[in-house]
Ligand binder design. Structure first.
Ligand code: HSE
Length: 316
């Protein structure tokens, strides 16, 4: 039996929603799991390069260890353990279009893809809620995992018992998302390590207010409220030093027509610009020029929200 699952990229945090909000984007990883007939070969993991990515990203998924310690193996093992079994002989192929270490949920996508494919092979023992919990256990936080599974914009919270509380949120279609992917990497562990374990109460309250404003702005399509809501004091100020150009890009875009806000995508270094439809070309060229001045090349794309989450595209 062979199962393939296609999983979208995701942009987490969206400014004030650190570890809580995320949105799916139409860039994909495909994970294929095949039961092998040869006994005793264990789990084999292959990473297949995508031609489209060669120019900007030569590393692709090479950094993912292909042994049993990899996140993919861990995800599959946890699912087998969930039903009281250990993984059988499996061949796992990962076809990657999502650049790694760019804040676009590449690890969440392979975890979700492997889990859903293994779940299908096993006759679907885990439901959506269980898949979310297992995937979050491997990833550490649910904000990329939830939109990768469900599509669209999702709020998610890992509760004390390990379960994930999640709801989809309708993102207004005319608020354009422009993802700006620089040619340098930033590992999530490094980007998380600069955030202090404790923050001033006033900063926590700042984000609390902005998260509430953000959700209300989306529900009522309130652009003025959105502009205030898209600020953060919990992670972006600490990560600023790791993301060359972030400060300059935010400053350069401030007075552009149609600009609504600019946030770090996940742990960075990609930047997500939110704007109205008009003036998109100008906004993109401001980002490109600002990074060019710092010797950074970038792939800048305006994308529609991917409303579909991970889906099984082959089952034979
Ligand atoms: N919420 C996470 C972070 C997303 O900002 O570290 C990264 O995967």
């Amino acid at each position: 039996m062979k199962v393939s699952v296609k999983v979208p990229a995701t942009s987490a945090n969206m400014g004030p929603g650190f570890d809580c909000l995320g949105i799916a984007l139409p860039i994909y990883n495909t994970v294929t799991i095949e039961e092998t007939v040869l006994p005793g070969t264990g789990i084999e993991i292959n990473i297949l390069k995508d031609d489209e990515l060669q120019e900007l990203d030569n590393l692709i998924m090479e950094n993912i260890p292909k042994d049993e310690n990899s996140i993919v193996y861990k995800a599959v093992e946890l699912l087998y353990n969930y039903i009281g079994q250990t993984p059988s002989e499996l061949k796992i192929n990962i076809q990657s279009q999502i650049p790694i270490a760019r804040g676009l949920g590449s690890s969440a996508a392979v975890i979700v893809g492997a889990l859903m494919a293994a779940n299908e092979l096993l006759g679907k023992p885990a439901d959506e809620a269980a898949l979310l919990s297992i995937a979050t256990e491997v990833e550490g936080h649910p904000d990329n995992i939830a939109p990768a599974i469900l599509g669209g914009m999702v709020m998610s919270s890992q509760e004390e018992d390990g379960s994930i509380l999640y709801r989809k949120i309708d993102w207004p279609e005319d608020w354009m998302l422009t993802i700006c992917i620089p040619d340098f990497e930033l590992a999530t562990e490094i980007s998380r390590s600069v955030i202090p374990k404790e923050v001033p109460l006033s900063d926590a309250v700042f984000n609390l207010k902005r998260s509430a404003m953000f959700i209300q702005a989306i529900h009522t399509h309130d652009e003025e409220l959105l502009k205030v809501a898209l600020h953060d004091k919990l992670h972006q100020p600490y990560r600023m030093k790791l993301v060359s150009g972030l400060k300059e890009i935010i400053e350069a875009l401030q007075h552009e027509e149609g600009y609504l806000g600019c946030v770090l995508s996940g742990a960075g270094p990609s930047i997500l610009v939110i704007s109205k439809q008009d003036n998109l070309d100008r906004i993109k060229s401001v980002v490109k020029e600002t990074w060019n001045n710092l010797n950074v090349n970038a792939d800048i794309r305006t994308l529609k929200v991917e409303q579909n989450g991970a889906e099984i595209i082959e089952n034979q």
